[in-house]
Design a protein around this ligand. Structure first.
Ligand SMILES: [Zn+2]
Length: 404
């Protein structure tokens, strides 16, 4: 692959740094050099120079909380219509992967998909069968036997008692999971579950964390109520998903900051259930999500004040519109620069990836070029016409004008 020189750009490095006029050299799929000033060279046989004056260069987005197969797009067949083959789901997954790529979301952490869908899509992308982002997956979610198991089916691996929970974690890693996800509390989307109480016991959480960490893998915990969040934080879980009740106990947020644990606030999911897709949920859940949305915003502010690492997790759909979460975090109290860090370097750190989410020498050249300034106008991240270039590992996956 030829070297590429991106010249004259306004650079946001994803870690809070900004260079008004920068030149970035990409070689071998990685960022080779970041220099101040414009590059006067005109290109040559072994490298191409792209002049980005007036544009912003930043890392591609990283999303720490997606569900790749939770939002089927095909309507259910009408009476008498040919039944849909299960295999159609794979074509749909390929479309989702492309949608993410086209909007500059080049790394996603799947925190629960039906069956092995995320594992399959990860392989398809790795083998070049369809374009798509870097995918990290938990395979199935380790949950206590609970009402949610009846609703989420093959997304869950029910397990009870420390030994069985440990075995369930091993099964996920054996299947190829990158990390382990547990349900520390019940879910807001299940009528029969109370999201306030803990679901797994302390001994069960400890067993999962011990097993995953011993083998070099991270643990993510779904934690809505305070006691589940407390348990997860105290037992050394790496990322707290939702965590909306944490504003009630600032000492726990301080502990997270000291331990280097990450909060993934997923504001959008509370908007989903309480507003955007409220018609799909029973009234009791909509009312609950209304209260939870308020708490999630309070926790965002409290977590920022405590110095907790905050990562973007959309936890919603349509996939590709992930930056809606970034914009919600900004409206909730992050500065635009903090929002961008949450959606790039912080999310990468939450995933344990040190060479993604930043424009620094040595990083993978997953880059976005925007027509405008996302600090003054973050919504350009949602405007396909203003994403002028997407580079994945230094290769162009999309260049304006758009194909469709
Ligand atoms: Zn989720």
């Amino acid at each position: 692959m030829d070297d590429l020189v991106l010249s004259n750009a306004r650079l946001l490095d994803g870690r809070g740094g900004i260079v008004e006029r920068a030149t970035v050299r990409v070689a071998g799929g990685r960022v080779a050099e970041v220099a101040e000033g414009a590059d006067a060279e005109k290109g040559g046989p072994s490298f191409e120079v792209v002049d980005l004056s007036g544009k912003t260069l930043m890392p591609a987005l990283v999303d720490a909380h997606v569900h790749l197969s939770s939002y089927p797009t095909l309507p259910t067949p009408l009476r008498g219509e040919e039944p849909r083959t299960e295999a159609l789901r794979y074509f749909e997954l390929a479309n989702f992967a492309r949608d993410l790529l086209e909007m500059g979301v080049l790394t996603v952490r799947d925190v629960g998909s039906e069956g092995d869908h995320a594992l399959h899509l990860r392989q398809a992308v790795l083998h070049g069968l369809c374009p798509g982002p870097r995918i990290l997956t938990c395979a199935r979610i380790v949950s206590a036997t609970s009402p949610g198991c009846r609703i989420f089916g093959s997304m869950y691996r029910p397990a009870d008692g420390p030994d069985e929970v440990r075995k369930a974690a091993r099964e996920q890693l054996a299947a190829g999971a990158d990390f382990v996800k547990i349900m520390a509390t019940g879910a807001r989307s299940v009528v029969l579950e109370n999201p306030e109480t803990t679901q797994l016991t302390r001994e069960e959480v400890r067993a999962v964390v011990d097993e995953a960490h011993r083998l070099g893998h991270r643990v993510a915990a779904h934690a809505e109520g305070l006691e589940g969040a407390r348990l997860a934080i105290e037992e050394g879980v790496d990322t707290i998903e939702h965590g909306l009740s944490l504003h009630r106990e600032p000492a726990l947020l301080e502990k997270m900051a000291n331990n280097g644990q990450t909060l993934v606030p997923t504001l959008s999911t509370f908007h989903d259930v309480s507003e955007d897709h409220a018609e799909k949920y029973p009234c009791a859940l909509v009312e609950q999500a209304d209260r939870q949305r308020e708490e999630a915003y309070m926790t965002l502010v409290a977590a920022k004040a405590a110095g907790v690492r905050i990562a973007m997790g959309f936890d919603s759909y349509p996939l590709g519109r992930n930056a809606r979460e970034l914009i919600r975090m900004i409206s909730g109290g992050l500065t635009p620069m903090e929002g961008i860090a949450a959606a790039t370097s912080n999310a990468a750190a939450a995933l344990g990836l040190s060479d993604v989410g930043a424009v620094v020498p040595g990083a993978v050249a997953d880059l976005l070029v925007l027509d405008g300034d996302p600090l003054s106008e973050p919504a350009i991240l949602l405007d396909a016409d203003r994403i002028s270039l997407v580079l994945q590992g230094g290769a162009t996956v999309l260049e304006a004008p758009r194909r469709r």
